[in-house]
Design a protein around this ligand. Structure first.
Ligand code: BDR
Ligand code: CA
Length: 310
């Protein structure tokens, strides 16, 4: 089994990403779930992670991380995720408790302790990952891959910047420049997996509690996306990371150089993706640009079905 740490800010699509990683269909060993300030305050993201852990009956540590970005003030996305960060479904208050310690130390320790390499799966701002790499650069050679959701050739938070990168562009810059194998799922590809009303309808037929939870997430998330962007449903951005880990062939990639903008007046947090190779710089990113939508939804439905009858 491939060892992963899910670093997230759940978050509707973060929750879905956890569900995929934890399913029987996946061959992943989840070392832990770490949380970061992002969609809402880190404490709320942690509570949501614990709720998802309880729903799935998962036996993995949940460790809380950074409360704020490295340099900038926090920004949150309640207009997309609601006040709780995961509005829509009503889950009981978590029975599980958050584990002691800080996510950054947890990430460093897990990587150093692990016999083999570890894959990091960040689906929120990259603050924890940057702090871990800064604190213990020796972990670099034991990180197999960073599979992240963020960025793209257009923005959703500003015209130029995607939310996860915008919230902590300094952290993102540090991660993309780290020399680690980065596989990136940005808006160019995540907007190809929109949970439209048809998809919502289809998934609502999955008759188990995980399917029900996901359906409720998608209804709320879809309505927010419709109000905010005029979309027909919500793109399940973060799910691309763990779907890729289940089945890499779902996606097509270009190996490109990518730079994170940290200075621009109108472009702070943008990712400059060198698709045509105009910079001549050495590629640092495996940029996902296309997904097989039919195969994606088929597999996703099978993942939900794999949770069984209850
Ligand atoms: C990203 O921002 C968050 O709102 C989502 O969970 C996703 O990680 C999309 O821009
Ligand atoms: Ca997220």
């Amino acid at each position: 089994a491939r060892k992963v740490i899910l670093d997230c800010d759940p978050g509707h699509d973060d929750a879905i990403s956890i569900i995929i990683a934890a399913s029987k269909m996946s061959n992943l060993e989840i070392l832990g779930i770490t949380t970061v300030a992002g969609n809402v305050e880190v404490q709320k993201n942690t509570t949501n992670a614990l709720k998802v852990k309880d729903l799935l009956g998962l036996d993995v540590p949940v460790v809380q991380g950074a409360e704020r970005p490295l340099v900038r003030k926090s920004e949150i996305a309640t207009e997309i995720h609601g006040d709780s960060g995961m509005d829509g479904p009503v889950l009981p208050n978590p029975k599980s408790r958050v584990d002691d310690g800080h996510a950054v130390d947890f990430i460093v320790e897990q990587i150093l302790q692990s016999e083999g390499k570890v894959t990091l799966v960040p689906t929120g701002p990259l603050t924890n990952i940057a702090l871990a790499l800064h604190k213990a650069p020796e972990i670099k050679h034991k990180i197999e891959e960073i599979v992240l959701m963020g960025g793209g050739t257009f923005g959703n938070w500003t015209p130029a910047a995607e939310f996860n990168i915008y919230v902590d562009a300094e952290a993102a810059k540090f991660v993309f420049e780290s020399g680690i194998h980065v596989t990136m799922f940005g808006l160019d590809v995540t907007h190809q997996v929109i949970a439209t009303k048809d998809i919502q309808q289809r998934l609502s037929k999955v008759d188990n509690r995980v399917g029900k939870f996901v359906s409720e997430l998608l209804v709320f998330f879809g309505d927010m996306y419709e109000d905010h962007f005029g979309f027909e449903g919500g793109p399940i951005h973060d799910a691309c990371t763990t779907m890729y880990l289940l089945k890499p062939e779902l996606f097509d990639f270009k190996h490109v150089h990518l730079a994170v903008e940290t200075k621009g007046e109108f472009t702070y947090g943008a990712t400059a993706v060198d698709l045509l190779g105009v910079t001549g710089r050495i590629p640092n990113t495996h940029f996902a640009y296309q997904v097989d939508q039919e195969a994606f939804w088929d597999l996703f439905e099978a993942v939900l079905e794999s949770y069984g009858e209850v």
